[in-house]
Design a protein around this ligand. Structure first.
Ligand SMILES: [Zn+2]
Length: 414
């Protein structure tokens, strides 16, 4: 995690820096002891070893990030520092973090938690003020400030009040910690951000799920269309199934728009978490309105496509041979392309009946030439007969598979 005590220090950071100087400041400020590079390497190793004993995630990250420093001897210390951090204030802040965990584990843990919150809270671009609040807190909550605060307390000093005292304190920390901030001020900035962020998040969470519930209801209304399309797709004689991917997306959207139920404890959860523990919704996340609109449109288009197949002359001719009044009504619906009525009349019985009828018609077109051949007392028809029988077997297999599929989709396993 990039840690910079102040945005000001970040913007004025040189492209290259003297890591030994930065380490000297960060390890000894505000006293500015004269340390040899070997002393520094030794002290860093001690601090890292102590941090490695702690369970906090921030310590684990520090040990991981500063591993090159732990391995470096005095000749390699500067190079190792560059490998760890390209910016001097980030390097200084990590060293202050090590010092803070060693001297004040409780205070350091609180800073680490605040920094985590500030990093994890997602602030969309549209939330300018909130972004500013975060930038302010981000610039103040740092391990460097905690160390400076403790050092003042240790010496019985108060925070610097005059400009000159501020400048002197800055100089003592090599300007990697800017005064006159104190941990208390930093906490106030953090609490302000967290308060505004939490309220904004709660409002957003409520509005998002209200809108999503409406989408959910709209999608549920289309459930019958999905069933109708699944049934029509099972009529393999009509051709390859249509809109199967759309049905998949539909089911995903039903799931995604199922309301989050964590509402009651949300305010409390947002004290430590930056998203709802139930739905992990990100502040400003787009709802599924667009995807739902698209899926409903594609669903209608898929049904229309199957209807146009059904109303093709050949299929109509086959179905018109039926004397069943239900088929007659169904044909009228198909001809008028009435999707709403279609989804009402198209139940399992009717679809089973249609399947059978279309299949019988297909079988008779395959059998007719053979039967004609037999009727005419033909000879040498063996290979043609075998061909026709293979096709027949294929047609039956497909029909059975199609029927089995609709059964398993419509009925949950017993
Ligand atoms: Zn939620």
């Amino acid at each position: 995690m990039p840690q910079s005590p102040t945005p000001i220090a970040r913007s004025s950071a040189p492209e290259t820096y003297d890591p030994v100087e930065v380490l000297a400041y960060a390890l000894t400020a505000p006293e500015q002891q004269d340390l040899t590079v070997a002393d520094m390497a030794g002290r860093i190793r001690e601090l890292l070893a102590a941090a490695g004993q702690r369970r906090h995630d921030a310590c684990r990250d520090l040990v991981e990030r500063l591993a090159p420093l732990a391995r470096a001897n005095e000749d390699a210390l500067a190079d190792a520092a560059y490998i760890c951090h390209a910016e001097p204030d980030a390097l200084a802040e990590d060293i202050y973090a090590l010092r803070a965990f060693a001297a004040d584990p409780k205070g350091a843990t609180a800073v680490a938690e605040m920094r985590r919150y500030l990093e994890e809270a997602f602030v969309p671009e549209s939330e300018r003020e909130l972004a500013l609040d975060r930038a302010i807190a981000d610039g103040q909550v740092s391990f460097g400030v905690l160390v400076a605060d403790r050092e003042r307390a240790r010496r019985g000093q108060r925070g610097p009040t005059t400009e000159r005292a501020v400048a002197e304190e800055n100089a003592a920390y090599g300007s990697f910690v800017t005064g006159p901030q104190r941990m208390r001020t930093a906490e106030l900035a953090f609490n302000h951000f967290r308060g505004v962020y939490s309220r904004r998040y709660e409002d957003f969470h409520a509005a998002y799920w209200t809108a999503s519930s409406r989408l959910h209801a709209r999608l549920l209304e289309a459930r019958r269309d999905v069933q109708a399309l699944t049934r029509l797709n099972s009529l393999v004689e009509l051709g390859a199934p249509v809109g199967e991917a759309t049905i998949g997306v539909y089911e995903e959207l039903i799931e995604a728009t199922t309301a989050c139920e964590v509402e009651a404890d949300l305010a409390e959860a947002l004290n430590t978490a930056t998203v709802c523990p139930g739905c992990k919704l990100r502040l400003g996340a787009a709802d599924h309105a667009e995807a739902a609109g698209a899926v409903l449109k594609r669903l209608s288009q898929s049904i229309e496509r199957q209807l146009s197949r059904l109303s093709s002359v050949a299929v109509q001719a086959i179905l018109e041979r039926s004397s069943d009044p239900r088929v007659e009504r169904f044909l009228k619906v198909v001809q008028a392309a009435q999707i709403t009525t279609l989804t009402e009349v198209l139940d399992d019985d009717l679809v089973g009946y249609l399947r059978r009828f279309l299949l019988e018609a297909r079988i008779s077109t395959l059998l007719d030439p053979i039967l004609d051949h037999v009727q005419g007392g033909g000879e040498d028809g063996e290979s043609a007969t075998r061909d026709a029988l293979e096709k027949l077997a294929d047609v039956l297999h497909r029909a059975i598979r199609g029927a089995a599929q609709t059964q398993s989709e419509d009925e949950p396993a017993p």
